[in-house]
Design a protein around this ligand. Structure first.
Ligand code: ADP
Length: 490
């Protein structure tokens, strides 16, 4: 069944997309499939192989069989294949962006400008990294030379969410295979199409069979089977904190290390000297990008009391300019949420906000979007840091605004949350900015901006936002293990 990446925008019958195991596209051993939807209209886009334990086992064994030869290749050889993949992703960027938007609901202008471009950049960066993995020599006392060897782990299981499927897949696959590991990726059941299409490009690039495998299916079956598999050396997970905890507990049974990139409830602090327009633009971008379905979303906005009214007014103006619409329309700046479940969840937080805080903006739903999972921007003022809308991750375009007067008070409030993924500060005072950067209990800090990420810069969480790092040299330590070698020179 080599019918994975078919055109599905020709409005033909929804097609069945296979899993990618040992270099081939294949149905689930059980023959089962499950539907995947267009969140903009609720229609079925395609059916996917519903992989379970048996398929995951086949994928892991394919990864294990490919591992010895793959790790023995030179870094340059692995890097060349990654460069070839980068080129294919670049050539097929329009198709990947289309699939990403159709299936994940993100505005097509963002998929084209952000996701597809960042995907190529990450592949190129990790292609270069393949030749830069090296150990140390350590000047131990005595007649010895002591050195460390950086070695791949084996088969790495990557479990990814639905908010940035293509990028998440590449952020897991590229560093792992650059270092000589092989990979089994389990995309989120809600949005797999771009990831399966990436599998087709991996096949075209000429990677040996089994180096990258993609198993589609549900978390509780395919995901769990990957975590439990005794031949999987490590799990790299991005998703909710709740699922991350479950995975860490399960992985303990086979003493598997895990990397966890989890949820967030990030603070954006606007001091009284901040340029009002810029502050409002950063704050709006921080909560409305990708419909608020971003782990680092700036969902708690702390505004100094002296400029509260002006900043809030400008954010409300920006919210009013959001073009909520079908994601494939190039004018759309905010698409649907991923699913009905997510829409219901976000709406329940909005109801809570209405009852407990002051609703200052609620975007009305344009006609014709009734069948999609749309929720427009919502802004609540007079929020207290103890309220549910300030403590819990909503994963939607819902902003909680809190007012402060004192620097130490606001830094304490920003940190008074179980999560620690990211934080922003907006001020012209460099001392104040750096005091915030030092004080934030968060893995990623932005000064006078929000949301910047790069393949080159380590990314990850503090506290309940997880542990382990992606990107940069930091992730290369996560996907390798260190061996220490003593050589007697006597
Ligand atoms: P959400 O609640 O937003 O769907 P999750 O964190 O549950 O986010 O999902 C992220 C990824 O984790 C998805 O690929 C999902 O299928 C997978 N997943 C969910 N539950 C489990 C589990 N028990 N074991 C392994 N993977 C899981």
């Amino acid at each position: 069944m080599n019918q994975a990446a078919q055109t599905i925008t020709d409005k033909g019958e929804p097609r069945i997309w296979g899993a990618f195991i040992n270099g081939e596209f294949t149905g689930a051993a059980s023959g089962k499939t499950f539907p995947t939807f267009d969140p903009g209209n609720g229609e079925v886009l395609a059916f996917l192989a519903e992989c379970d334990e048996e398929d995951v086992d086949a994928a892991v064994r394919a990864g294990l069989a490919a591992f010895p030869e793959w790790r023995r290749k030179t870094g340059a050889a692995r890097g060349k294949l990654l460069m070839k993949l980068a080129q294919l992703v670049s050539e097929n960027a329009a198709k990947l962006a289309e699939l990403e938007s159709l299936n994940a609901g993100k505005p097509i202008r963002d998929s084209k400008a952000i996701d597809a471009v960042t995907a190529v950049d990450a592949l190129e960066y990790f292609a270069g990294m393949a030749t830069k993995i090296q150990g140390d020599t350590i000047p131990v006392p005595g007649p010895y030379i002591n050195m460390t060897l950086r070695e791949p782990l084996g088969v790495i299981g990557g479990i990814i969410p639905w908010n940035f499927p293509l990028l998440q897949a590449i952020w897991k696959i590229a560093p792992a295979i650059a270092a000589g590991n092989t990979v089994v990726i389990k995309p989120a059941e809600q949005a797999c199409l771009s990831v399966i299409y990436l599998g087709e490009l991996i096949q075209q690039a000429g990677f040996p069979a089994g180096v990258v495998n993609i198993v589609t299916g549900y978390g509780a079956t395919a995901g769990l089977a990957l975590v439990q598999h005794h031949m999987v050396a490590k799990i790299m997970f991005t998703g909710s904190t709740e699922t991350g905890k479950r995975i860490a507990a399960e992985a303990a049974q086979t003493l598997k290390p895990v990397g966890l990139e989890l949820g967030g409830k990030s603070a954006v602090i606007v001091y009284e000297d901040a340029p009002i327009g810029h502050a409002a633009s950063v704050a709006a971008n921080a909560i409305f990008s990708n419909q608020g379905q971003v782990c680092t979303a700036g969902s708690r906005l702390f505004v100094h009391e002296n400029i509260h009214d002006q900043v809030l007014q400008k954010i409300v103006e920006r919210a009013g300019k959001v073009k909520l619409g079908y994601q494939m329309d190039p004018e759309t700046t905010m698409g649907p949420l991923i699913s009905r479940k997510q829409k219901d969840r976000v709406e329940s937080y909005i109801e809570y906000g209405k009852a407990n805080a002051k609703l200052v903006y609620s975007h009305s739903l344009p006609d014709g979007l009734e069948d999609g999972f749309f929720v427009g921007p919502h802004i609540f003022d007079e929020v207290e840091n103890s309220m549910q809308v300030a403590r819990e991750e909503i994963f939607g375009p819902v902003l909680s605004v809190l007012t402060f007067s004192d620097e130490s008070e606001v830094l304490a409030l920003a940190n008074d949350n179980p999560y620690g993924l990211a934080a922003s500060v907006i001020t012209r005072d460099i001392g104040r900015a750096m005091r915030a950067a030092q004080a934030f209990e968060a893995g990623n800090v932005w000064v006078n901006t929000w949301g910047a990420v790069s393949s080159m810069a380590p990314y990850g969480g503090y506290k309940n936002s997880g542990y382990g790092r992606e990107m940069g040299f930091a992730v290369m330590r996560e996907v390798t293990q260190e061996k220490n070698v003593w050589v007697s020179v006597r």
